[in-house]
Design a protein around this ligand. Structure first.
Ligand SMILES: [Zn+2]
Length: 324
């Protein structure tokens, strides 16, 4: 293991086909749980979005390589915990590489003989509230699974979020060149939408300064299409923290869609780096002691809500009323 003083590799769990789901934690004292804000960088909920594996990986490499000589990086790493999970869907990626390039879901054998659950429709918040944001049909590209967290891959992410004190999260996807924030399941403003809009705009501004690419920013439900049971809604609803879907370039199918060039790894990672550093510095500067959240009662309550999957009527109400 490289950089043992600031990095720790762990296994969050196994995929359906028993591949490891790895997480790399980057922080000073990586073996300890310190009172520091956490940032999660996730990749590859969707198998065919290969570039979404590479970008978070490159973030890890940059932080580790520059820690020793770059004061800014050292300050960030010393006062935060960065968790990088570049490959949530290893079975799907393997299938996309070896069998069918446009495979999207995991490799669940469904009851009707079809394969795959859409992992970004399998989280518990607003899971399956309607059939436009996800599908009840197993053969569909957006099949939400038989129940919330039916898949080991999403359970691995759920359990990580129950252990770590995250202050923000980015989930990388492709394509469309945009930065999206909750809500995804309905065209409603999140309580914290002004903050999300500000953070997204600042990140887009920083990104544009690197290669000139303009990332569109907006509410996920209005910007792309409705999605329910997705990662960012779950993170915001449960933990009340900013969570972004970054849809990496290109902007459309004509520009290549899911097919990025190899040079994109360098160029897209380089342009996304300042946005990640900015978000990390935001989590550090706004971080308040989280003792309250870590109290056993509070933690038990949270765990219960997460495990119960929040499947009740409250999720049909507005954002304001739902998050009690
Ligand atoms: Zn995706």
């Amino acid at each position: 293991m490289s950089y043992p003083s600031i990095a720790r590799l762990s296994i969050l769990g196994q995929s359906l086909e028993n591949r490891n789901i790895y997480a790399l934690k980057i922080s000073d004292h990586p073996d300890q749980r310190e009172d520091e804000p956490g940032l999660a960088l996730l990749g590859c909920h969707h198998a065919r979005e290969w570039i979404s594996v590479e970008v978070p990986l490159q973030m890890a490499i940059y932080l580790l390589k520059n820690y020793a000589q770059d004061e800014r990086i050292r300050a960030i790493v010393d006062s935060s915990e960065i968790w990088i999970v570049p490959l949530i869907n290893p079975d799907g990626l393997d299938y996309s590489i070896l069998n069918y390039r446009l495979w999207r879901k995991n490799r669940r054998l469904n009851s009707d003989g079809s394969f795959g659950v859409d992992l970004n429709r399998n989280y518990s918040f607003a899971w399956g509230v309607d059939d436009s944001g996800s599908s009840p049909h197993p053969a569909s590209e957006t099949y939400r699974g038989s129940q919330p967290f039916s898949e080991p891959e999403t359970r691995a992410i759920r359990d990580l979020f129950l252990q770590v004190n995250f202050s923000a999260a980015i989930s990388y996807h492709s394509f469309s060149q945009s930065i999206l924030y909750p809500w995804s399941y309905a065209d409603l403003p999140a309580d914290k939408e002004p903050l999300f809009q500000q953070l997204a705009a600042d990140m887009a501004q920083l990104i544009s300064q690197v290669n000139g690419r303009i990332y569109y920013t907006g509410r996920a439900s209005t910007s792309l299409y409705l999605t329910n049971g997705d990662f960012i809604d779950w993170v915001y609803a449960l933990f009340d923290i900013p969570a972004f879907t970054i849809e990496l370039p290109p902007v459309d199918l004509q520009e290549g869609g899911f097919f990025n060039s190899e040079q994109d790894i360098k160029s897209l990672s380089a342009e996304n780096l300042p946005a990640v550093l900015y978000l990390l510095e935001w989590t550090i500067s706004t971080y308040a002691n989280q003792e309250e959240r870590l109290k056993p009662e509070a933690k038990n309550r949270l765990e219960k809500r997460v495990k119960n999957g929040l499947k009740n009527k409250r999720m049909r109400l507005t954002g304001r009323e739902r998050r009690d």
